[in-house]
Design a protein around this ligand. Structure first.
Ligand SMILES: Cc1cc2nc3c(=O)[nH]c(=O)nc-3n(C[C@H](O)[C@H](O)[C@H](O)COP(=O)(O)OP(=O)(O)OC[C@H]3O[C@@H](n4cnc5c(N)ncnc54)[C@H](O)[C@@H]3O)c2cc1C
Length: 542
């Protein structure tokens, strides 16, 4: 690893400021600095690169995207030199990859670590953004690009009594670097989304006792993780271009395509065999077994019933199995988890499932968790309660556009954005994977690279043609909002009423379906058309 060079520390004026040094910020810096020749700096709250994979060090943390798809495509050399060890890489390996990228492209010298942005204000007269960091430093730039991630603002539920707890509590998205010793400990796990489902089996194997507090039962399909051989890698590397083409052609940016058949094109026997094969193969492509799983409730019911039957088959205690299978939303309408032995974990003698929908958590006490009908003594509470998704990290900063108008105010009723890339009233501000773009519904590196490439091309166009400002028009943002709503309404996704896609996990957050559900491939085409038509929907100023 190269030493961090501090020679940029005195500089305060840039062409572009990027906030965040995860997948998005690293590529955005490379793109602006090394391709366009701009002066750029990345401001990052953490002490290292990696974003999600810097913060989420909880046991069992790993990727649900297959490893060969969860990587950058912008450098064929990088593609050829990196090999993942498993079908789904673990957090430390992904963090190593992003550190490798930072070193390989010499990015660290233009990243300021330990630097949290608290506010950003657009100075109209100077046409510059003034960005203020937590330590009071002010930096300026013509362009401000947020690479703050969709899932980077940890959501710790406001349960009364947390301050009284005499044990240790931790949020999975802010996991201590030195790790947590579970040996001999009574652990409570709150949350059964993707993270809780990954963490439970690993914590159960290490702890004396694990109590899982479940409010919303969830589907999960086996990941079928496995080591990858040199042989497999030779095949993948020889065909990377083809794999990338597939990933760019699908709605979700993964390496698999969605089957052409409807659930109702086949007999019940054939359907069961198809689900069984998909279950054995494992992974997110279970949802690609039929084309209508996400749009037709009756079709979805067949997948839901298949998985619920699997849960009842795996989990030996009928009451626990019934609780786990009592799922209230269509399959994959919430982020569909994949797992390694999640349901099997409930067959262990040291694991208990508590239904906190039937008897909600009343408070946290000095000794543990008290529900409305029992008390659970605990040494450690793990909050796997997710994030204030998508808008959270943006609104955590005080961003002010023209005439001092605040983003928090503009988005009071929900995000208002054109393509999830630009906001009316906020010139020269770009939001990578912002609300209104496919983002979390997609294998994210695909969405991130598309955004970075589009933003970089827009800035290059402005420089080539002497343009000074670019700004989404209110009409374009309104029309795009209608398209985002229509795309969601055409699917079953909004039917999961407790989903973080809708903001439902954060009290008081507007219930708006935030990501664009029309598919990454269609979205890419729309963005390309917008650019080709001279940035239709954007006001360009000299
Ligand atoms: C547990 C977990 C598993 C995931 N698994 C998958 C998966 O399987 N497949 C997939 O496609 N995606 C997955 N994701 C989504 C993942 O977030 C993206 O794939 C990707 O890492 C996002 O990169 P990013 O750079 O856009 O954002 P992030 O990685 O979130 O990075 C944002 C960075 O911005 C910094 N930041 C935020 N606000 C400020 C501020 N005000 N000042 C300074 N710095 C700031 C943060 O510290 C962070 O380092 C997962 C997410 C989580 C949490």
């Amino acid at each position: 690893m190269r030493p961090i060079r501090r020679d940029h520390a005195a500089k305060t004026s840039y062409d572009a400021i990027v906030i965040g040094a995860g997948f998005s910020g690293l590529y955005q810096l490379h793109s602006l600095r090394d391709r366009l020749g701009l002066s750029a700096v990345v401001l990052e709250a953490a002490d290292g690169v990696g974003g999600t994979w810097y913060w989420n060090r909880y046991p069992g943390a790993r990727c649900d995207s297959e490893s060969y798809t969860y990587s950058y495509s912008f450098s064929p050399e990088l593609e050829q030199e990196w090999e993942w060890s498993e079908r789904y890489p673990e957090q430390p390996e992904i963090l190593r990859y992003l550190n490798h990228v930072a070193d390989r492209f010499d990015l660290r010298r233009d990243i300021r670590f330990g630097t949290r942005v608290v506010s950003a204000a657009y100075d109209q007269a100077a046409n510059r953004w003034l960005v203020t960091t937590q330590d009071g430093a002010v930096l300026t730039a013509k362009f401000l690009i947020t690479a703050v991630g969709c899932l980077s603002s940890a959501n710790v539920p406001d349960i009364p009594g947390l301050a009284d707890f005499t044990g240790t509590w931790i949020h999975t998205g802010n996991w201590p670097h030195e790790g947590v010793d579970f040996a001999g400990k009574r652990v409570g796990l709150i949350g059964t989304g993707s993270t809780g489902i990954q963490a439970a089996p690993v914590i159960a194997a290490a702890a004396a006792q694990l109590t899982v507090f479940q409010r919303t039962a969830n589907y999960s399909v086996p990941a079928r993780n496995a080591p990858m051989s040199r042989e497999e890698w030779r095949g993948i590397k020889a065909n990377y271009a083809e794999h990338r083409r597939t990933m760019r052609s699908t709605p979700n940016g993964h390496g698999f395509t969605i089957a052409d058949r409807s659930v109702f094109d086949v007999t019940p026997g054939e359907r069961a065999a198809i689900y069984e094969a998909a279950w054995e193969k494992g992974g997110l492509q279970f949802r690609a077994a039929f084309r209508d799983l996400l749009v037709d409730k009756a079709a979805n019911d067949t997948a839901a019933e298949f998985i619920k039957a699997k849960i009842r088959e795996i989990v030996k205690d009928p009451a626990t199995a019934a609780m786990l299978a009592d799922i209230d939303h269509p399959y994959a309408a919430k982020r569909p988890p994949i797992d390694t032995d999640y349901f099997e974990t409930f067959n262990r003698g040291n694991v208990t499932l508590v239904d906190v929908r039937a008897a909600p958590i009343a408070r946290i006490t000095a000794a543990g968790v008290r529900t409305e009908d029992a008390e659970y003594p605990l040494d450690i509470i793990v909050f796997a309660t997710g994030f204030d998704a998508m808008t959270g990290p943006l609104l955590a900063m005080d961003i002010r556009g023209r005439d001092g108008a605040s983003l928090r105010e503009a988005w009071r009723g929900g995000p208002w954005s054109y393509l999830g890339l630009g906001v009316p009233g906020f010139p020269n501000l770009f939001t990578i994977t912002g609300p209104g773009s496919p983002s979390v519904l997609c294998n994210m590196p695909v969405a991130i690279e598309q955004h970075v490439d589009w933003i970089s091309a827009c800035i290059a166009h402005m420089r080539a043609t002497g343009l000074e400002t670019v700004e989404a028009t209110p009409e374009a943002a309104d029309r795009w909002g209608e398209q985002v709503n229509a795309a969601a309404a055409a699917t079953l996704l909004p039917q999961a009423s407790s989903s973080w896609y809708l903001g439902a996990n954060v009290p008081g957050k507007p219930r708006v379906f935030m990501p664009y559900a029309g598919g990454m491939a269609r979205y890419r085409t729309i963005c390309e058309e917008v650019a080709a038509e001279g940035y239709r929907g954007m006001a360009l100023g000299r």
